[in-house]
Structures are given as structure tokens and as C-alpha cells.
Design a protein around this ligand. Structure first.
Ligand SMILES: Cc1cc2nc3c(=O)[nH]c(=O)nc-3n(C[C@H](O)[C@H](O)[C@H](O)COP(=O)(O)OP(=O)(O)OC[C@H]3O[C@@H](n4cnc5c(N)ncnc54)[C@H](O)[C@@H]3O)c2cc1C
Length: 432
């Protein structure tokens, strides 16, 4: 990677009013090439799972100046705790904050990146130059189609996503004010399915609704989704197979109308329709990366985590899970180091991180590619263990209530699937 010019983070930090972060005074342009000629400056936008992991990896190299730029409003936090603990009051928001970064971040919001000039434009008006940039800005929740939610319902504070600490506090507000609140969750992928059980255990009367008759197939695959649908039916009220058409505020309660004409009354509606990548201009969404997490379009730009869209042999894929985002962040940092001649090239990124969801009485555990990227096969049906293969290699493993079996297959990820296909001769009894 050619070092265009050397820059360092602004010295003139200013307390942002609490927390460990600092803000940078609005400066027209920050360029320290004359002051620190030998310093290579790596900028990391965002310090969630992927960004913090990238910063940790780069911090081991003193010859590199690493600056994280993090949103003004939020101290970076562990997003996985939003629905599991903060929404129900088990933890306070500050308990979810991530450990302090090794170097003080710039507390500002990146409005735009100029990849030609290798500079980022901050909301404060300042510009910061970079030699290499890692974008780790994550994802945002998918919204309901426009026109479904009435303005009064929107303003009531009773309709929310469950993606941020603010969302969690909104949910908590309704739970605190309302005895045995009626909660409608629309969408039964990871967040919707998991949150249904969490809020039910917290004393809410939960209705889980989804447009698909067997929801969750995209997130979990058809077989797991089938078993989970039954678990939902056994545990909470369900309304599957009908799309939401209208969400209105009638006096102080929400009325949710579906394509079959049914109206469900609720004190709170949580929309859980998955996520989409989120980044500043010029991308404004997904950043396409190669196997070393380098931007396919812009030199010296890398992306990791929920914002990154990968492509393998013509198939695009994106993984938005915590440990995988951490692994991508570290991998992107190693790619940067390799391009600077500071480390060996890390090779192609191959997902192998574990992720899980506790749904009612069931534990879903998976690792690697488990979506449409590969062919799914039942390795065992009792308990349910699925292998996912592509081009003759095991690329993912998943299972329901089969933690040890899934874990046993993880070391075999990205090796030949053939031995597992042979072992599959009696899939109902096989133990890996
Ligand atoms: C409710 C919930 C529960 C979840 N539970 C699990 C789970 O149990 N297991 C699991 O594996 N995954 C879970 N996930 C998914 C997991 O949290 C994400 O995959 C992970 O956080 C992605 O990491 P990331 O670094 O890409 O993005 P994030 O962790 O979201 O970090 C992105 C950071 O970038 C900052 N940022 C964005 N734009 C800008 C900008 N322009 N300027 C400066 N900073 C910016 C954001 O403020 C944020 O701090 C859950 C997600 C949610 C919403």
C-alpha cells in the first residue's frame, strides 16, 4: 500500500462530558505529515465488535498510529445485550459498554469519506487524513414499508426496533409503566425469536407475528425454523403467514392489522425485520470487499463486520454476528499490516466464529456459513445437526439443542465434506 502522507490524530482533544471518549475541536484539516513523517495513520470508523477488534490488533504495532472515530452520542457497547439484558432491566446501559480503547478515540460522526483524497469528513467540520481506513460502522434495522405505521403510532413511543440501547430503554419504559404489557413482535428471525422468549419470561403477554407461515427460514434454515415455529406456538401467541398492513394508535393502545383482516391490540410493537449494512457516503450502505476485506472499489479502504459484503465465486454473503464481526475486524487489521509490510498476509477470510440464540427452551448454536451460501444437509436428526457445504468443503455447521455436536464439527470447518458425508449413512443416530 503506498503511504500517501503521514498523519496523526488531532492533539486538541476536548472532553466530551463523561465517559472515556474525547471530542476533536472542529478544525478545517488535520495533516501532520511534517510533524510525524514516519507514522502511518490507520483510521477505524466505529468501535463496536469489528472496530474494537481492529483497534486491538493494530495497537500491538507502535509504529502505526491508530485512531478510532466513534459516534458522538454513544459510548461503544455490546449490542448483543440490548435485548438480552438492558430491555428487561437486568443490566443498566452502562453495563453494556465495551472496555476502553487503548488510544483515545475521536468522538465525532463521520459524514463522508473521500477515498481519492484519503480523508474523512466529520460532523464537526474537521477532516482527518488516513493512509489506511477500516470501516466498521455495522448495520441498521430494516424498517417497515412506508405508510404502515400511522404518525400517531410512531410518536407514541410504543413502536420500536430493538437494535440500540435507546431502543432498549424505550421498551423498558413501556414495560415499567404497564402491568403485564401486551407486546407484539413482528418478525421471527434471530432478534424477534429470541426477544419473544425473553419478554415472555419477563411477564409480558407476547404475540409473535410474521408474514411467513414458517418464519425464520432465512436466519436459521428451514429445518430449524420448522422446530422453532412449533416452540413459538407452544410458548407465546403467534400469528404466522400474514403480513402487517397497518399500525395505528387508538386511544392509548396500538392496533396492528394484518392481511387476513385480524387486528391485534398491543401496548408495544417491536419490529424485527433483520438488518441492512450502514456506512457513510460515498457508500451509504454495503461495502463490497475481497477475501482480504479490502474494498473492491477504493484503494486503502477495508471494511469489516455488519457493513461488509463479501463475494465468493459469484455468490455474495454478509454475516452480522458479534464474534464473526470481531474476527473480521482483526482480519482487516492484519490485511492492513500486511499491505504495510508489517505482517504476513492473513490469507482469505473464512468464517468460523460461533454464534448462538436462546429461544424459549432451545439453544441454537452455529458457526461459519449457515445461510444460502452452501447446501444444507442433516448430519444428525436427533438432536438436529446440520452441515453446510460448498464446492466439496464444510463451510458451516448449525444445530438445535446439540451444542457439543456442533462444537465437535467446528474444527473441521473449511476442510473436505467427504468424510462427513460417509459418516452420514445413519444420520439419525450419528454422533460426531
Ligand atoms: C438486539 C441484538 C442482539 C444481538 N444478539 C446477538 C447475539 O446474541 N450473538 C451474536 O453473535 N450477534 C448478536 N447480534 C448481532 C451483533 O450485535 C452484530 O452482528 C455486531 O454488533 C456487528 O458488529 P459491527 O462492529 O459490525 O457493528 P456494531 O457493533 O453495531 O458497531 C458499529 C459502530 O459504528 C458506529 N458508527 C456507525 N456509523 C458511524 C459513523 N458514521 N461515524 C462514527 N461511528 C459510527 C456505531 O455507533 C457503532 O458503535 C445482536 C444484534 C442486536 C441488534
Amino acid at each position: 500500500m503506498p503511504t500517501r502522507r503521514s498523519t496523526s490524530p488531532p492533539e486538541d482533544h476536548r472532553s466530551a462530558g463523561g465517559g472515556h471518549c474525547q471530542a476533536v475541536r472542529p478544525l478545517p484539516h488535520i495533516d501532520r505529515s511534517s510533524a510525524m513523517p514516519d507514522t502511518t495513520h490507520v483510521l477505524v470508523i466505529g468501535a463496536g465488535a469489528a472496530g474494537a477488534a481492529a483497534v486491538r490488533e493494530l495497537a500491538q504495532h507502535e509504529e502505526i498510529t491508530t485512531t478510532a472515530i466513534i459516534d458522538t452520542e454513544t459510548t461503544p457497547y455490546n449490542r448483543t445485550l440490548v435485548n438480552k439484558a438492558v430491555a428487561t432491566g437486568l443490566l443498566e446501559p452502562h453495563h453494556a459498554h465495551l472496555p476502553v480503547l487503548s488510544a483515545p478515540p475521536v468522538r465525532d460522526r463521520v459524514q463522508a469519506v473521500d477515498p481519492q483524497e484519503q480523508t474523512v469528513h466529520l460532523r464537526s467540520g474537521a477532516r482527518v487524513d488516513y493512509d489506511a481506513l477500516i470501516v466498521a460502522t455495522g448495520s441498521v434495522p430494516r424498517a417497515l414499508p412506508p405508510g404502515i405505521t400511522s404518525p400517531a403510532a410512531l410518536e407514541s413511543g410504543r413502536v420500536t426496533h430493538l437494535h440500540s440501547l435507546d431502543d432498549a430503554l424505550r421498551v423498558r419504559g413501556v414495560l415499567d409503566r404497564t402491568p403485564s404489557p401486551r407486546v407484539l413482535i413482528y418478525g421471527a428471525g434471530f432478534i424477534g425469536a429470541e426477544t419473544a422468549g425473553i419478554l415472555r419470561d419477563a411477564g409480558c403477554r407476547v404475540t409473535l407475528a410474521a408474514s411467513s407461515p414458517i418464519p425464520g427460514a432465512t436466519a436459521f434454515g428451514a429445518q430449524v425454523a420448522g422446530q422453532l415455529s412449533q416452540a413459538h406456538r407452544d410458548t407465546v401467541d403467534t400469528h404466522f403467514g400474514h403480513a402487517l398492513t397497518r399500525l395505528e394508535l387508538v386511544e392509548s393502545e396500538l392496533h396492528a392489522e394484518f392481511t387476513d383482516g385480524r387486528v391485534i391490540a398491543a401496548d408495544l410493537a417491536i419490529t424485527a425485520l433483520g438488518t441492512r449494512p450502514h456506512s457513510p457516503s460515498p457508500w451509504g450502505g454495503a461495502i463490497a470487499v475481497d477475501s482480504r476485506l479490502r474494498s473492491r472499489d477504493h484503494e486503502n479502504v477495508y471494511a469489516a463486520g455488519g457493513v461488509a459484503v463479501h463475494e465468493t465465486d459469484g455468490t455474495t454473503w454478509r454475516i452480522d454476528h458479534w464474534s464473526d464481526a470481531e474476527a473480521q475486524g482483526a482480519h482487516a487489521a492484519r490485511s492492513v499490516l500486511a499491505s504495510l509490510g508489517r505482517a504476513d498476509a492473513p490469507g482469505p477470510y473464512r468464517p468460523r466464529a460461533l454464534y448462538s440464540a436462546q429461544i424459549h427452551q432451545h439453544l441454537y448454536l452455529a458457526a461459519g456459513h449457515t445461510g444460502r451460501f452452501g447446501n444444507s444437509r442433516a448430519f444428525s436428526t436427533s438432536p438436529l445437526v446440520l452441515t453446510h457445504d460448498r464446492a466439496g468443503r464444510l463451510v458451516g455447521v448449525s444445530g438445535l439443542d446439540s451444542g457439543p455436536d456442533v462444537m465437535a464439527l467446528v474444527p473441521r470447518l473449511h476442510t473436505s465434506i467427504t468424510p462427513m458425508l460417509t459418516a452420514e449413512s445413519d444420520p439419525s443416530t450419528h454422533t460426531p
